[in-house]
Design a protein around this ligand. Sequence first.
Ligand code: IFL
Length: 461
Amino acid sequence: MDSRIGRRGLLGGGLTLAAAPAFAQEGASAVDWHALAADVRAEMRWAWANYRAHAWGRDQILPISGGYESFPLKTHHLGLSLIEAMDTLWVMGLDAEFAEAQRWVRAHLSFDVDGEVSVFETAIRLLGGLLSAHHASGDPMLLAHARDLGNRLLPAFATPTGMPHRFVNLRTGATRGTQTNPAEIGTYLPEFGTLSRLTGDPRYHHAAKRAQVALFARRSTIGLLADGIDSDTGIWLTRRATVGPPSDSYYEYLWDGWQLFGDRDCKAMYDVCTAAIVKYQAVRAGPHTWFGDVDFETGGPLSAQQDELAAFYGGLLAQGGAPALAAAYTRAWAAVQDRFGILPEGYDYLTGEAFAPTNALRPELADAAFNHWLLDRAPEWRMIGRTHYLNMKRFNRARFGYAQIEDMRVQPMVQSDHCPGYWWSEQMKYYYLLFSDTPRFDYARNYLSTEGNVLLGLRRA
Ligand code: IFL
């Protein structure tokens, strides 16, 4: 049953939301969390040794065959996984591994390549990775590379609206790709703002903020954003409002602009967007709360099909001050995890079908669990993270690392020969931080980017 929920009911507490499962509280006290953290660390070390032996300096290891593949450039490698892994290695105290990654960057990294990259992917993964590694170590060489990369990405923002083109040639600065979306327009401020803060050059911060504001200014009269727009004309290309891709991290970075820089405009934009999302997109289906896709101008429902990436949203909502609704949504995803073991890429909350039965080693549910836990320390979030980790170990572990799943409906699940760079930056870090209580992280004051890069809160001894 799909029933629409009014915002007052949700935020006013008048609604019975799915309660925290009691067994999670009980079971949590029996778990040796530090032993689990040590297990995560051992897996990271094992995967790193395989990457080092079979794909050193390459972008992504192929975890079944032991080969490698490039991303975000088509044929040239930039050491993506290595850069994504650096602050994870550091929080785990894998200092020798961190140091060898640092040496590789010093000796081999160059962004002076005649090739086109996605501005969004390059910013969140490589720029963010270099900045978090710099935060960990204080090494000016890492900041110099971050600055060089920031300069190469900036031409994409020189558009009539301020909303960036999707692609840029790293050497020539030529840009392309006007048909874009909220995430690729507005997922820059924490990285670009940090770069401005560290270099004293305000251009990065300004470009990122201008893009966020330009998109927000084009919201519908009911406060929703669609998921496709032309960055040169500012004309909407689609009608779908979604908290999943390709809109997801736009909302995340509105909140983050406030969290990281105290930017009141970002907070105000976040509040307006969230009020509209809660009013028009929150729905009940059976015992669970979901956020359905709707028409951005009418608020009318479009689809009950959820992309797995939307599972991050409970963590964001909790940070943004709607903890009950946030918890209900994360529990809805946790129930899907309990049913299938690992999350499918696409799940329909009305039919209960895994309509996209692949699993791309996604971190979003672990990300949400970690964010909830940072806020209230409720044991249920650790239990969700634990299930996420143990099931990943059971289903995704391959000969040379962790692999995606081709079809998670069949037993045994069929793996596919890919390990995305974000695996190194995201879930392994979320698990470790969730289980370890490491002194290398400030659990009270911190900031992790959409890619899990720690830009605030690392504690150097
Ligand atoms: O790159 C990752 C990041 O979390 C993001 N989108 C998807 C990836 C992980 O699923 O913003």
